[in-house]
Design a protein around this ligand. Structure first.
Ligand code: NAD
Length: 420
């Protein structure tokens, strides 16, 4: 299996390093800095699950609440063999700054289970999910901590969590999770929200840089929820998606890949590999393709010190969380690559999650176009807020986004007077 993830730095160390850079630039008070930097709660759970062969297998799971200063913790649940507590802590930390960047009233959380759902049956995944939901039950709730889907979890997994939680209360509580099926109180537009938000920030970036989207060459690493929707919207707006990859391989067509057909191919075969009218390339070749826009939409740390020098993109839109290591950041910034940082670029998902939670709380549901319009407003306003800091303070876009998020969390913390 191709794997471009050479982990040169643990994701949590990267999150802490990025925090320090932004906190230094903000000249943040030492007391506030220490109060907002570290996760508030870290829960580790062991999940015994009866497998289809009758044996009991124990999985390890985590739920981390990094911050509740601005509202309930909010963040997805990841099922993946490489999930570690440090990865979940890093992802929870990014959620705190992300919710603050788009100015929604949530803190940051994240969850994960170390497992390989690709080798499990649906029934095994359901048993694991219900066990995990029970184990993290004391932490979650519509006013406490609201999970959502992340890598290899989906709306069905959210439905099982909502059901498990609701069973303990005796009545349905849709607001405990977002990313639910529409029939259970999900929001129209949630499924495509992350990809749509990536697209909205790319529109703003192209306008700022004077790069026409029409005819722009695009490479997308990871063709799941975030990557495929972003690719689809770029393709519909006359950009050329010339390279695409997933965990099984990478494909290339210099004249542009037909994205709607590729989506059907992936649905049928489970992978982008073998798509007609494309040639197979290596993950290294994919990342180094000459292009206007590179969208890493898979996992973290995939662009690092070793492969960053060979990147030839003008814009990197971080659909994934933490795809660049701090070293890659420095190399690419020095090369003049415009980076739309993850906590801004992929914030469309959590923004529509917030809309879903609001709709659940109000029992009043919005039309899809209403969701898209509100999302576009939030994404473009946030992009401009970050861009202003980038231009005025002469810092990279990532530091600018972190400065915006961290300053809002610092302000909330100071106003609440949480001092010892
Ligand atoms: P997903 O499971 O739908 O898709 C992940 C994709 O990445 C799959 O196509 C998989 O095959 C591919 N992949 C895995 N390893 C790879 C590798 N080594 N090389 C190339 N491709 C690889 O997940 P998703 O929801 O699209 O999430 C992708 C990223 O976006 C994650 O970092 C996630 O945290 C982030 N994100 C997702 C959302 C959301 O709402 N879905 C929101 C914010 C951030």
């Amino acid at each position: 299996m191709p794997n471009t993830a050479v982990v040169e730095k643990n994701a949590y160390d990267s999150a802490m390093e990025n925090f320090d850079l932004a906190a230094d630039a903000l000249e943040l008070d030492e007391n506030v800095r220490n109060m907002i930097k570290y996760p508030e709660r870290v829960l580790t759970v062991v999940l015994p699950v009866r497998m289809d062969n009758g044996k009991i297998q124990c999985f390890q799971g985590f739920r981390v609440q990094h911050s509740t200063a601005r509202g309930p913790a909010k963040g997805g649940i990841r099922y993946h063999p490489n999930v570690t507590v440090d990865e979940v802590k890093a992802l929870a930390t990014w959620m705190t700054w992300k919710c603050a960047v788009v100015n929604i009233p949530f803190g940051g959380g994240k969850g994960g289970v170390t497992c390989n759902p690709k080798q499990m049956s649906q029934v095994e995944i359901e048993r694991l999910t219900r066990r995990y939901a029970s184990a993290i039950l004391p932490l979650i709730g519509p006013d406490q901590d609201i999970p959502a889907p992340d890598v290899y979890t989906n709306s069905q997994v959210m439905a099982w969590i909502m059901d498990t939680y609701s069973m303990t209360k005796g009545y349905p509580i849709p607001g405990v999770v977002t990313g639910k099926p529409i029939a259970l109180g999900g929001s129209l537009g949630r499924n495509e929200a992350t990809g749509r938000g990536v697209f909205n920030t790319l529109e703003s970036a192209c306008e700022h840089l004077g790069i026409p989207m029409k005819g722009a060459k695009v490479v997308v690493q990871g063709f799941g929820n975030a990557g495929s929707i972003a690719a689809h919207l770029l393709d519909s707006n006359q950009a050329y998606v010339i390279g695409v990859s997933d965990s099984k391989g990478c494909i290339y067509n210099r004249d542009g890949i037909d994205i709607p057909k590729l989506m059907l191919h992936k649905e049928k075969t489970g992978s982008v590999v073998g798509f007609p009218a494309s040639e197979s390339i290596t993950p290294e070749q994919l990342l180094s393709l000459e292009c206007d826009i590179l969208v890493p939409a898979a996992l973290e740390n995939v662009i690092h010190g070793e492969n960053a020098p060979s990147i030839h993109a003008k814009i990197i839109a971080e659909a994934a969380n933490g795809p660049l290591t701090p070293e890659a950041d420095r190399i690419l910034e020095a090369k003049g690559v415009f980076i739309i940082p993850d906590i801004l670029c992929n914030a469309g998902g959590v923004t529509v999650s917030y809309f879903e939670w609001v709709q659940d709380e109000q029992h009043l549901f919005w039309e899809a176009q209403d969701v898209y319009n509100r999302l576009e407003r939030v994404m473009k306003t946030s992009f401009n807020d970050v861009l202003k800091i980038h231009l005025v303070r002469k810092v990279g876009m990532r530091t600018a986004a972190n400065m915006l998020g961290i300053s809002r969390v610092a302000e909330a913390t100071t106003l609440r007077g949480l001092y010892p």
